[in-house]
Design a protein around this ligand. Structure first.
Ligand SMILES: *[C@@H]1O[C@H](CO)[C@@H](O)[C@H](O)[C@H]1NC(C)=O
Ligand SMILES: *[C@@H]1O[C@H](CO)[C@@H](O)[C@H](O)[C@H]1NC(C)=O
Length: 223
């Protein structure tokens, strides 16, 4: 059954565009111009500016180069992945703080060559100005967890001109890094006051000696 009300609906008039007569447009423009000259227009202009800034930042963030702001090419060359310790981040899912499994994070992030099991674990700190490592183990792979202070991480990388990759972690960063067996690594606390904390997981128990390790690999780092 046809709806009788439907017949009473007025047909869409083809004259509708007449509403946008040039003269009406002109007057709207002049009213807008007047409004923009008034001090009350300032908050309005400011919000437009803020919206445009927000849109610009969103577009920028979505560009493929910046999809993960915590990753960059240098970190990749240094076999390292860093996360923000601040909430929210992939490792800080609630306000209690961050927690992670360095071995699985390294695997999931495609950082290969680290320890897949921890036969021995070293947990320690590096005071400001201090250095650890600057050595190369030939019989174990190692996975590190580093946080707490501005810290330089250096790892051998034959693909680079200098023979190593080096990145600086910020105090808010939590980083997982790997050093496959036979690659040298060093950690330097370059913070003025904070302490660097590290966990080192090795996939074989070794007592550091000259038959399985090289020491003082890089001359420019004093150890
Ligand atoms: C270290 O990693 C390599 C491959 O990445 C693996 O073949 C080896 O078994 C690992 N562990 C030791 C102790 O060499
Ligand atoms: C060095 O350490 C290894 C274990 O990693 C041990 O088997 C070897 O005997 C040690 N060598 C020396 C010279 O102490």
């Amino acid at each position: 059954m046809a709806n009788p009300r439907r017949t009473s609906t007025p047909p869409i008039t083809p004259e509708l565009p007449i509403q946008f007569h040039p003269r009406t447009l002109d007057s709207r423009f002049s009213r807008l111009k007047l409004f923009l000259k008034k001090p009350q227009a300032f908050p309005f202009l400011l919000s437009i500016f803020l919206i445009l800034t927000w849109v610009f930042l969103r577009i920028h963030q979505q560009s493929p180069k910046l999809t993960n702001p915590t990753t960059n090419n240098q970190d990749h060359e240094a076999n390292l992945i860093r996360f923000s310790s601040r909430f929210p981040s992939p490792i800080t899912k609630d306000p209690r703080g961050w927690i992670l499994d360095p071995v699985s994070i390294a695997l999931d992030s495609g950082i290969s060559g680290g320890a897949l099991t921890c036969a021995s674990i070293h947990v320690g700190e590096i005071k400001p100005g201090g250095l650890r490592g600057n050595h190369r183990h030939y019989t174990c792979n190692e996975t590190f967890l580093i946080w707490g202070a501005r810290t330089v991480f250096r790892v051998e990388n034959d693909g680079l001109e200098k023979g190593y990759a080096q990145v600086t972690l910020e105090a808010d960063d939590v980083a997982v890094a790997v050093s496959p067996k036979g690659t040298a690594h060093a950690l330097i606390n370059v913070d003025s006051s904070r302490t660097t904390y590290i966990v080192g997981c090795q996939d074989r128990v070794i007592s550091y000696n000259s038959s399985n390790s090289d020491f003082r690999v890089w001359d420019d780092l004093n150890s």
